[in-house]
Design a protein around this ligand. Sequence first.
Ligand SMILES: Cc1ncc(COP(=O)(O)O)c(C=O)c1O
Length: 373
Amino acid sequence: MTEFAQRVEQVSISGIREVFEAAGDDAINLGIGQPDFPTPAHARRGAIEAIENDQADAYTSNKGTRSLREAIAATYDREYGLEIDPEDIIATSGGSEALHLVLEAHVDPGQDVIFPDPGFVSYDALTHIADGTPKPVPLRDDLTLDPATVEEAITDDTAAFVVNSPANPTGAVQSEADMREFARIADEHDVLCVSDEVYERIVFEGTHHPPLEFAESDNVVTVSACSKTYSMTGWRLGWVTGSNRRIERMLRVHQYGQACASAPAQYAAEAALTGPQDPVEEMVAAFERRRDVVLDGLEDAGLEVPSPEGAFYVMPKVPEGWCDEVLDRGVIVVPGDAFGANGQGYARLSYATGMEELKAALEIIDDATRAVR
Ligand SMILES: Cc1ncc(COP(=O)(O)O)c(C=O)c1O
């Protein structure tokens, strides 16, 4: 009998789904990882026009249409003054596929991948799928990743380390100084820094600095997507950029596993990136207002909560039994240990939910917190 491959036996379905399944139909959902805004009209129109003009029926180039890759390159120039050759970009099926390509192309069996714990659930799973060994590392008290922790964890067996800022599940934003350090570590230790920047535009305080700005070698690859910035999670359009030799290796995986990203989604993404950016600014302003309300509510309930500076998540420290109590009262939150062992004692709340629902949820949370204290 054909048994299952070890690499998939080591991966389990995300703990987030279990929470959703346990909740009632009328629960307030603070578990969701996608913006509650529509995709901008001009992005939708980009896809519709491409379909109507017969441009979206066929395979595109494996890396994606030249015009999309030019739009992505122009965005790096506009946002960060970074010059990227459109030939060094692969359009992917979301940031998820981009992360998969990076690890498949760079991790040999048994090599370590260092990533934040708590951290986005895919880092552990995709490391297993690449036959690598996950090496989760703890965060600082403010829930940012200390470059020194990463540097100490590096050995001769390390293939890569992952930096994610702004971060899921913490909302933490790494400082410019940290990003400089991550670039230095990648250069000096000759290990790959995988910078997951899917929340790059959702920043409330400070500025996002890609480690790519500071690297002297080609040891940084950058993953991003339209998913969060333009509320396009369902379109499945992301990308990876890196040096040409790295992109050519990742293309081997992408070419055979995916061929190309969905053509209509590529046209929508191009329109999103090149069109007016006000929908992004409005969404970020709404997230910031909600963040402030959520922080106040959690602090009033007596919870200790690091102030998130980006994305749309907040991660308070919670007493034993808190997540179950909150869930029983009809609010979905994700227990911190769904994001790694060090997430124990925390919970992730997403505020990609309307203000009225958030306020109702905060009242329930206040009662639930008193009940478990
Ligand atoms: C940190 C992080 N990276 C990558 C992704 C994947 O994004 P996409 O929907 O573009 O595949 C997510 C999605 O939640 C995420 O939170």
